[in-house]
Design a protein around this ligand. Structure first.
Ligand SMILES: C[S@@+](CC[C@H](N)C(=O)[O-])C[C@H]1O[C@@H](n2cnc3c(N)ncnc32)[C@H](O)[C@@H]1O
Length: 215
């Protein structure tokens, strides 16, 4: 069961990030599409997106990353997945022309059980979302299942656990209910799930970070 199936929509802005729902959720989607633009520009530079790639954007939220990936993978296809039905609708609307051309498809579901067939994707992206996943090890294993051999998982984040960020941003962390992990912990979890070539990328003089791992 997905959170929104059993809960009433979160009624304050900050608690919406976990599962944006309703009118407030759509406002948050719009603000994320704008607010995550520069982070995503930086993060997507960490991987070479080939024009024929089949890509999954997990926790796609407002759907802007899907549009950007579809532009790059002009001869491929981009799928989006989100646990919020309202974000699935929002992303479909934002990408309606690409959906009509069958270049984009957006589905409702959760990262630990995506429903996609095995060895299907060249790249899986996850922007500002791992913090909410209920079980990281299971989620990484499920992503590995749907990746082709040699395919990539790219995780892009603006928050970090490095000993000072979580102290300086304790209020934000509590309000958004994120579960932060140190980059080294994330790397170890990926290695335990049998990923290889796990690379940690950090933007200079910034908290922005990305992790690239290969199946
Ligand atoms: C902070 S938003 C980020 C949205 C988008 N990636 C962006 O960068 O703007 C987090 C998104 O991840 C989704 N999400 C959280 N946990 C999820 C899960 N277990 N499976 C699928 N989606 C999830 C939420 O519904 C929400 O849309």
């Amino acid at each position: 069961m997905h959170p929104q199936d059993k809960n009433t929509p979160a009624n304050d802005h900050w608690s919406q990030y976990r599962c944006p729902t309703g009118v407030l959720g759509r406002e948050v989607a719009l603000s994320m599409n704008k607010g995550h633009w520069n982070l995503t520009t930086w993060g997507l530079k960490q991987v070479n997106v080939k024009t024929d790639f089949i890509i999954l954007d997990v926790g796609c939220g407002g759907g802007k990353t899907i549009s950007r990936l579809a532009r790059r993978a002009g001869h491929g296809k981009v799928y989006g997945l989100d646990q919020s039905l309202d974000m699935v609708d929002y992303s479909r609307q934002i990408n309606r022309k690409l959906v009509a051309k069958n270049r984009v498809e957006i589905v409702h579901g959760s990262v630990e059980k995506t429903g996609f067939k095995s060895e299907f994707f060249d790249l899986v992206t996850a922007v500002e979302t791992y913090y909410f996943w209920p079980n990281l090890a299971d989620s990484f294993r499920e992503i590995k299942r749907v990746l082709k051999k040699g395919g990539y998982l790219l995780i892009i984040n603006e928050m970090v656990k490095d000993g000072s960020y979580e102290v300086e941003n304790a209020e934000l962390i509590a309000k958004t209910q994120v579960h932060l992990m140190a980059l080294e912990e994330l790397r170890k979890t990926l290695l335990s799930a049998d990923y290889r070539n796990v690379e940690i990328c950090k933007k200079r003089k910034s908290d922005w970070n990305a992790i690239l791992a290969q199946k």
